[in-house]
Ligand binder design. Structure first.
Ligand code: NA7
Length: 538
């Protein structure tokens, strides 16, 4: 490549929902030369990697899809309320084919580093294939939950059976039939996987560190009349989810729960419980996010449900969350999760009452001084969320400053989309944007469209760099923290708070409100309308 002449206009890292749409926008809307690098062998991102039994989206399928292909919204038929992982992959493959995306995506290629060349105002990107490429713009579409967290369990190398993280199962899956299986972790992934594995395995032992509040998913076929009505009103659906708080067709109950009678709130709780999905979490009484007493009323309802469902009272008590308010950790959706602990072949080992995992042995796991033997161990231990995938890119900005160092104490961004000192770099659904606290495609589409508009403005005005100012970044960080500190979220050791990983500095990772994704969208649009306020353009 000749110095100063980039090999591409833009490089996108990742070919999941966000990278695919970013490519479409850059290439087909703006007419740019764009290249996508993807570590997987095909499109899908998180849906390519997470192929554990029971893997399914927790958003309703009619809103977990691209809204920019209006014809496809009408044509595509989802088989159930929540799309299963293979079905989402089929959908994304179909989109890739329909829009001829794959010709600009290089698969099986991981980006290993990128630095900003200040003399030419270009990003220079390196891959594990030994290639380098340059571009004016670099767009990280790496997903929020793509950097696997495999805790350093002592002795893992000695284990003689099979072991696997839930996001790294082989493409043919694992046959659990007649096997003694351990699942470590009880987050949203494990809550989906455990009932499925329990049906196949001879014995299943679940190692729980923190019990979660699970609410019913209520998956199933969607009534054809409802599918038809939604298709007829997709413009209305899109408008509502874009303006909503969390990217769903949900509104909070306007009244504080503390002002309700016991009968009234029980009726409302029953209604949300019966509706299933995130309604109980995201369309509940809003004061439960701010007030412990209000939160206790919601939490108590779920605790009663757990006690009613789980037959052994000792097991039920182990499954009841104790140390964190309801809704402050990612809501797992339950399809026979609690019922699974009534099965004879399922055992719960709780770190608090039975003792924590001490080591992995040749034959299994030792926890609380007791030895358990397994053929297979599945680690459902989550991810280095949000900052992990970006730090793993080994990015170097101005003056050779490494993102790892700049973020040593947690993320610093402007709007969750840009980082001071890293010109022309954009992070789709990056930390300090609504991202994981929203229905992801809504936030992905908003970022992609904002970034595409910004790049279009840059070429029209002849600018070569855009970069967040340190001041705007600092103010955004304070705003993110001020809001979350007014809620109960900081009281949980959640991955939202960076608390799932030993040594990760405690910081709230997404952006919560005050008017949700709708308000955040308006804020981003205002910034653009004000000539990209808070950015330096050169
Ligand atoms: P999560 O929600 O981070 O859950 C991971 C689970 O693994 C959780 O129960 C953890 O306990 C447990 N864990 C993590 N590290 C350890 C160690 N060292 N020892 C024992 N147990 C451990 O990840 P998921 O994959 O379930 O979900 C991630 C997101 O993917 C999900 O929210 C959806 O958005 C999709 P902890 O609660 O930290 O005590």
């Amino acid at each position: 490549m000749a110095a100063g002449i980039p090999t591409h206009d833009a490089i996108v890292i990742g070919a999941g929902f966000s990278g695919m749409y970013m490519l479409k926008a850059l290439r087909d809307k703006l007419g740019l030369r764009a290249r996508v690098y993807e570590a997987g062998e095909t499109v899908g991102g998180t849906w390519y990697w997470n192929r554990y039994p029971g893997a399914r989206c927790d958003s309703d399928s009619y809103i977990y899809c691209f809204t920019w292909d209006k014809q496809l919204l009408q044509e595509w038929e989802w088989s159930e309320r929540y799309p299963e992982q293979p079905e989402i992959l089929r959908y994304l493959e179909h989109v890739a084919e329909r829009h001829d995306l794959k010709r600009d995506i290089q698969f099986n290629t991981r980006v290993t580093g990128a630095e900003f060349d200040e003399s030419n105002n270009l990003w220079c990107v390196h891959t594990d294939k030994g290639e380098s490429a340059t571009a004016r713009y670099l767009i990280a579409a790496v997903g929020s939950l793509s950097d696997t967290n495999l805790p350093q369990f002592k002795g893992l190398e000695k284990f003689q059976g099979k072991w696997c993280h839930t996001s790294r199962l082989p493409s043919g899956g694992i046959d659990f039939t007649a096997k003694r299986v351990a699942v470590v972790g009880t987050g949203a992934t494990a809550v989906q996987a455990i009932p499925e594995i329990a049906q196949q395995a001879k014995e299943l032992t679940v190692f729980q560190r923190t019990p979660n509040y699970c609410v019913p998913a209520r998956n199933g076929k969607v009534a054809p009349q409802l599918v038809k009505a939604r298709k007829a009103d997709y413009d209305g659906v899109i408008k509502r989810i874009r303006e909503s708080f969390f990217g769903f067709e949900y509104d909070f109950i306007p009244k504080p729960v503390l002002e309700t009678t016991p009968e009234e709130r029980e009726r409302e709780f029953d209604r949300m419980w019966d509706e299933g999905g995130f309604a109980f979490w995201l369309a509940n009484y809003q004061d439960m996010f701010f007030n412990q007493e209000a939160n206790d009323l919601c939490a108590d309802y779920i605790k009663r449900k757990i006690r009613k469902t789980v037959k052994d009272p000792i097991v039920a008590e182990k499954l009841i969350p104790k140390g964190h308010p309801y809704g402050t950790k990612r809501q797992p959706l339950d399809s026979n999760y609690y019922e699974t602990f009534n099965k004879d072949n399922v055992l719960l080992v709780d770190a608090n009452t039975d003792g924590p995992i001490e080591e992995i042995t040749a034959k299994g796991i030792r926890a609380g001084g007791k030895k358990y033997e397994f053929d297979i161990i599945i680690f459902a231990t989550g991810f280095d969320a949000m900052t992990g995938p970006l730090k793993a890119l080994n990015l170097k900005g101005r003056d050779g400053r490494r993102l790892r160092e700049v973020w040593a104490d947690g993320p610093h961004t402007y709007l969750g989309i840009s980082i001071a000192g890293f010109p022309n770099l954009f992070t789709i659904t990056g930390p300090q944007s609504p991202s994981v606290l929203s229905n992801m495609p809504v936030s992905i589409e908003q970022h992609v469209e904002w970034i595409a508009d910004c790049i279009e403005m840059m070429s029209k005005t002849g600018k070569t760099t855009i970069e967040a100012t340190p001041k705007a970044q600092e103010q955004w960080g304070s705003h993110v923290n001020e809001i979350v500190n007014g809620t109960l979220m900081p009281r949980a050791n959640s991955w939202y708070m960076s608390a799932n990983i030993a040594g990760k500095p405690r910081a709230f990772l997404p952006y919560l409100g005050p008017e949700g994704v709708g308000g955040y969208r308006r804020k981003c649009d205002e910034v653009a309308a004000e000539g990209y306020a808070g950015f330096t353009l050169a």
